[in-house]
Design a protein around this ligand. Structure first.
Ligand code: 5GP
Length: 192
């Protein structure tokens, strides 16, 4: 998606070899016009797949996934990263190693919110090592739901999770794929 690439070039900050900051439009301030257009791209891609639920992980995926759920006119479920006292014990759970915080989280979804009739579209902001997406796929599998696709805003192609998921037959649609980035001169190279 050319417009997303332009935003990344204009506002993205290459923090290190493998971390990109996009607080200006996606992770802190959220550009509503942009994420509406992103939702439209995923709608075009997956509209014939019978999607009846959007699944994401807290926190940064939620705003984006809400817009996508609105476009598909379906509900959104987000996996929680910590178990709160008012949560049920009837949970699907999976371990996910957080790329940005470098800690292992147990993510969970209440069993009543995922079920075997579901055709799920997973949405997240970044794809790095694929931990978050694999954890969400794991939760869907436990519920015997079908994952019909995965929509990612920014895939860091050099971290290989995208190539792995595609080789496993996952229908993955990333709106921008970065093949290389350099913190010294802030260079960002996109996959053609
Ligand atoms: P993965 O689980 O694929 O290793 O990492 C994806 C998750 O880590 C995303 O949910 C995202 O929140 C976070 N993440 C990974 N790489 C980046 C990055 O370069 N910048 C930011 N802001 N978040 C990232």
């Amino acid at each position: 998606m050319k417009e997303l690439e332009n935003y990344i070039i204009k506002y993205g900050k290459v923090v290190s070899d493998d971390i990109l900051k996009v607080d200006n439009f996606l992770n802190h301030k959220i550009d509503i016009k942009l994420i509406k257009k992103m939702a439209e791209c995923w709608y075009d891609e997956f509209k014939n797949k019978g999607v009846n639920k959007i699944l994401t992980i807290e926190a940064s995926g939620i705003a984006l996934a809400t817009m996508v759920a609105d476009r598909f006119n379906v509900n959104l479920v987000f996996a929680k990263k910590s178990k709160t006292t008012n949560m049920s014990n009837n949970l699907y759970q999976a371990k996910v190693f957080s790329f940005t915080h470098q800690v292992e989280n147990v993510i969970s979804v209440d069993k009543k919110y995922l079920n075997k009739e579901d055709k799920i579209l997973i949405i997240d902001d970044f794809l790095a090592n694929g931990e978050a997406v694999s954890g969400l796929i794991n939760l869907a599998k436990q519920a015997e739901a079908e994952v019909v696709g995965v929509g990612i805003a920014i895939e860091k192609g050099f971290q290989k999770a995208g190539d792995k998921l595609r080789s496993e037959g996952i229908n993955l649609k990333s709106l921008a794929i970065i093949d290389r980035m350099d913190p010294l001169n802030s260079e960002i190279i996109f996959r053609k």
